[in-house]
Structure formats: C-alpha cells, structure tokens
Design a protein around this ligand. Structure first.
Ligand code: UGA
Length: 438
C-alpha cells in the first residue's frame, strides 16, 4: 500500500521505516528540512537500535522516501500523523499546536476514501474534533495509538503487543479498520490482538497504559522510601511480589524514577484533561505518582552528598548516564541529567559520560563537563553516581579497575543495577535506592 507518515520524530521515523520494511511504499514528511536531509541519506536523526538498518534498506529499495512538502502525501491510501504533543509551556496540558498544524496542512491533499490514522498521544476528545476537520474531504479518521518503547521501537512497531483502532460507527468505521488490518498485515497474520473501539476509548487506552506504567514505577519507589527507614531491601521486595503473576516483576525497578518524552508529560496531560472533564478526583493519585517520582531524584542527590561526607562543594562527581533510559540518546525530562545538573548546582565538579546521549546533553546543558571516555570520567572521582543502567556500567564495568581510577570508592546506584556483592568485594561503599548501605 502507499502510505504517508507525517512527523518524523521518535515515533514517525520508526513507523515510516518499519512500514517500508514490511513491504509498503512510504513517504515520511517533516517540516524540519535538516531531519529530512538525513533521513533521505538513510541516516536516523537519533539513536535507536536497528533503525539505521531498516532506514537504509528502505531508502535503497526505493520504497521509502522523505519530503518536507506536505503535497508528497497526495495519493497515499493511509496517512499516519505522528507529530509531538509536548507539555504546554507554563501548564500541565498537552500542546496540540503540531497536531493541529499537521491536520490543517494535510486536509487539502486528502481524497475521498483516504484514511487518516492519528498516532500522536492526545487528550481524549481530540479525535472527535479532528474527525470534523477531515470529514469535508471524504476521508475517514481513525485513532491508532502507538505503544512503542524507545530502545525497542523497531521491534515494537513491527511486532506490537496489540493494535488499537478507534473508528467511527457503521460501515465507514468497518472499512477503515479493515484497511488498517491490511497495513499491519504481518502483525495481524501472527495473531496480534486487534482491538476496534470508538475514538474516546482508543485515546484513553494510550494514556491509561502510560498512567498505569508510571503508577507501577512510583508504587515501587514509594516502597523504596519505606524500605529506607526500615532497613528493608526494595529489590528483594520487588522480586518477591513480582512472582505473583497478577503483579509481575516488570516496571518494578526502583531508582531515580521515570523520565523521557512520554510518561511524565502524559500523566500531567491526563490530569489536566480529567480536570477539564470535571473528573479530576478520579485520577488525583497521578499527582502523587508524579510527586513520588520527583522525590527520588532528591534522594539520589541526598545519598551522593552523604557519600561525599556532607558537602558536594568542589568534590569531583562522576555521573554515569545522561539518557532517560539505556539504548536511547533521548534526554527529554531525563532524571539522570537532572541529578547531574543539580549536583553541579551544589558546587560539585561534575563530569558526565554516556554511550549515546552526550551530544544532546551538551546542547541542553553546556555548563556540565562531558567525556565519552568512561575511564576519564572515573579518574579522581570522589563519588561515582550511576543514573542510567547502560550495559556498559551494569555488566562491563569492573569495580576493581574503576577502583584504581577513582579518588574514593563510593558508588551511588541510582538504578539499583549494579551487582552489590562484586562492588563491595572490590572495596566500594555502595549506596542503593531503597536498599541497605554497604
Ligand atoms: C513509554 C511506554 O513504555 C511505551 O509503551 C509508550 O509507547 C511510550 O512511553 C510512549 O508513550 O511513546 P518510553 O518512554 O520509551 O516508553 O520508556 P519506558 O521504557 O516506559 O521507560 C520510561 C521511564 O521509566 C524511563 O526513565 C525508565 O528508566 C523508567 N523506569 C522504567 C523505571 O524507573 N523503572 C522501571 O522499572 C521501568
């Protein structure tokens, strides 16, 4: 099928390349000419495992093209809209400027029978409003939320857990759902659940999923706070409750909490929308989820200062990690970088390293020192703070080797990702999140 994908960020670029990889003819459209230029060369504009390969293959096969001109969407049977919905400046709601601009610019290129598939995360009620924008063209709007995780985006797009299509009632909706099944033919053929709903349900599925994940993380982080005053170990607690299949161990990783371009802004936008709907109290707990999450960064800073003997002033701090999570170069709302910036604010001499995110980090926080060389970061450190659980720190960093480089063998494990015994055996004092000191 011929498809267009409007917006070539973390979502759209992966979607365009993945759709080409399963045999469709795809044009990716973005207003950022520099991004388009890179994509045309088959280069991903950000780090995402596996993306460069499918981009290059798609471009080389001729099935994948990119343009900064919306007219390139003309002739596609399905138009995916995957532009960003960031948090409003000075508010908690979602900023729909890019979504509205994309629809305004797309409508003049739609033909009767086209499908427009919204993928952006939007406040419930947006699709019903946008359906009216699309209706005069004779095209049909579906809402088809995306559940991909950065770092696993290619796999999540090609082989998702489930597909959700919010469609209008009646024959028009049935036809639209059928066309989406054809688009996702590989996933459908392998029996991926395909759930057809109305618009509001599809929009809510997305924010409910992210709200649930954020709540799960904050739940375990709340347990970490209790563990800290009782001497318990939150990682053992998570293992033990996680064996209950109804609970499950995934997303029970206590640490400095969630960040990124989705979970934090999505729970805030959901709260803001619930308030507008007069149901703020129904999800008032999400404010608590947010507050617990932010408190964990304070805790990591507190532990670091404690490890430094009470003051960070002029102490050398090696910060391992800048990305909001491993296998990504995304630093949006990164707890790791926030901790680094705030330690510098306390007068520490902070040096940050990360396998992929340094370029983005440098641009956002030029006041910090950066090095690509892990040994260089560790050299003469008075404390090592691990804030992104990259395999490079988790599995490959030898505590005996690191011990020879640092000034003091003190490590704050902001992600509870290090093997405590190995580090202790190599003479380190270990500070975990919600775990006993050692
Ligand atoms: C999240 C969702 O997981 C995706 O399903 C969704 O599609 C996406 O948002 C989106 O809305 O676009 P992502 O932001 O890539 O995906 O990252 P996650 O893997 O969910 O991690 C989010 C944050 O939670 C990271 O900072 C991570 O370090 C943190 N986290 C995760 C924990 O602190 N503990 C855990 O146990 C798991």
């Amino acid at each position: 099928m011929r498809l267009s994908v409007i917006g070539c960020g973390y979502l759209g670029a992966v979607h365009a390349a993945a759709m080409a990889s399963i045999g469709h003819d795809v044009v990716g459209i973005d207003v950022d000419q520099a991004k388009v230029d890179r994509l045309v060369r088959g280069e991903a504009p950000f780090f995402e495992p596996g993306l460069n390969e499918i981009l290059a293959d798609g471009v080389a096969s001729g099935r994948l093209t990119f343009s900064s001109d919306m007219a390139a969407a003309r002739g596609a049977a399905v138009h995916f809209v995957g532009v960003g919905t960031p948090q409003q400046q000075g508010g908690h709601g979602a900023d729909l400027t890019y979504v509205d601009a994309a629809f305004t610019s797309l409508v003049s290129h739609l033909r009767p029978g086209d499908i427009v598939a919204g993928k952006s995360t939007v406040p419930v009620g947006t699709a019903a409003r946008l359906a009216e924008v699309v209706a005069p063209t004779g095209a049909t709007l579906v809402w088809n939320p995306e559940f991909l995780r950065e770092g696993w985006a290619v796999q999540d797009t090609v082989a998702p857990d489930r597909l959700v299509a919010g469609v209008p009632a009646g024959a028009e909706g049935e036809r639209a759902a059928q066309i989406l099944r054809e688009v996702y033919h590989t996933a459908v053929a392998s029996d991926t659940p395909f759930i057809v709903t109305d618009y509001a349900t599809a929009e809510l599925v997305k924010v409910a999923a992210n709200a649930f994940l954020a709540t799960k993380i904050s739940f375990i982080n709340a347990m970490a706070e209790i563990a800290e005053v009782t001497g318990a170990d939150v990682t053992q607690l998570a293992d033990a409750i996680g064996y209950d299949a109804r609970i499950g161990r995934r997303f029970l990783g206590a640490g400095i909490g969630f960040g990124g371009g989705c979970l934090p802004k999505d729970i805030r936008a959901f709260s803001a929308r619930a308030e507008e709907l007069g149901r703020g109290e129904s999800i008032a707990f999400l404010r608590e989820v947010d507050a617990i999450n932010l408190r964990r960064r304070d805790r990591a800073i507190e532990l670091t200062v404690e490890a430094l003997g009470g003051s960070a002033f002029e102490k050398r701090v090696a910060v391992l990690g800048a990305a909001f999570k491993p296998h990504s170069d995304d630093i949006r709302d990164s707890p790791a970088l926030d901790v680094a910036v705030r330690l510098r604010g306390l007068g520490a001499d902070v040096v940050v390293t990360d396998p992929e995110a340094l370029e983005n980090a440098r641009r956002a926080h030029p006041q910090l020192q950066y090095t690509e060389d892990l040994d260089e970061a560790l050299r003469s450190a008075d404390v090592v703070v691990v804030v992104t659980e990259w395999p490079e720190y988790r599995h490959e960093l030898d505590p005996a080797h690191a011990g020879e480089l640092v000034n003091a063998r003190a490590v704050v494990d902001g992600r509870n990702c290090l093997d405590v015994r190995t580090w202790r055996d190599a003479g380190w004092t270990y500070y975990g999140m919600g775990r006993p000191r050692g």
